[in-house]
Design a protein around this ligand. Structure first.
Ligand code: SF4
Length: 227
């Protein structure tokens, strides 16, 4: 099991615009640059990105020696051909939740921008974690799948508590989950990454397995929920 921190110095403005629902319509510089700069500064001052991950043996749909098990068919299809699976949890930590709570009381515009920036930030954090994981010498020669999160397609959120317990997420990085299966801190993500050789799945995410395909607000705007 490995845990660590990720430092961010900037937030991706284009991704922020996409989360604000203005992706294809406005350029970042067209949305009050001083406001965006201020929101970015405030977010970066409280953001404390942390992660924990662990590799498990994966055989015929079963994660060995792990309390968390995959339900539904989509994630199993996604992990076809994999012989190991990484359980990864990352968070921007509780300071971001506190900032968002304060902003919702004092200015909804800033709250919305910071929320969108935080969503962009957690994706950047996950990209950086992936880079770190796959730059490790023991990972050389492995192929891997893209990140598949509970809540996507038919992989239920109801497994979140067990997922978090399986990587000791609360003790390691302070991420927990209530009865609603929503994680706290709010800007936290869990995901599965399959490992193996000659994998049939492409590393890039597609809409093919998504239950929202055909009625998706991103696709309606000609966008995707992923990069
Ligand atoms: S863009 Fe929409 S349909 Fe495609 S994976 Fe994301 S949520 Fe699903």
């Amino acid at each position: 099991m490995l845990s660590g921190n990720i430092t961010l110095n900037t937030i991706d403005r284009r991704e922020t615009m996409r989360y604000l629902g203005m992706g294809g319509r406005l350029r970042p510089e067209e949305v009050l640059p001083e406001l965006m700069d201020r929101c970015e500064r405030e977010l970066l001052s409280v953001l404390d990105a942390k992660y924990v991950w662990q590799v498990f043996i994966y055989r015929e749909g079963v994660i060995e020696n792990c309390a968390y098990q995959i339900e539904g068919e989509a994630a199993k299809k996604h992990l076809a051909g994999c012989d190991r699976v990484i359980l990864l949890c990352a968070t921007l930590s509780g300071g971001v939740d506190a900032l968002l709570r304060r902003k919702r009381l004092t200015g909804m515009a800033e709250a919305m921008i910071i929320d969108a920036m935080a969503s962009a930030a957690i994706e950047t954090v996950l990209d950086k974690i992936e880079e770190e994981i796959f730059s490790q010498p023991e990972m050389a020669g492995n192929e891997h799948t893209w990140r598949f999160s509970p809540g996507y397609a038919d992989l239920p959120l109801s497994g979140q508590k067990t997922f978090l317990a399986s990587v000791n997420a609360y003790r390691r990085i302070g991420v927990g989950c209530g009865d609603s299966f929503l994680m706290t801190p709010m800007k936290s993500v869990t995901c599965l990454i399959g490992l193996g050789h000659d994998l049939p799945q492409a590393n890039r995410k597609t809409c093919a397995l998504c239950s929202l395909d055909g009625r998706c607000r991103f696709r309606e705007r000609g966008e995707f929920c992923y990069r």
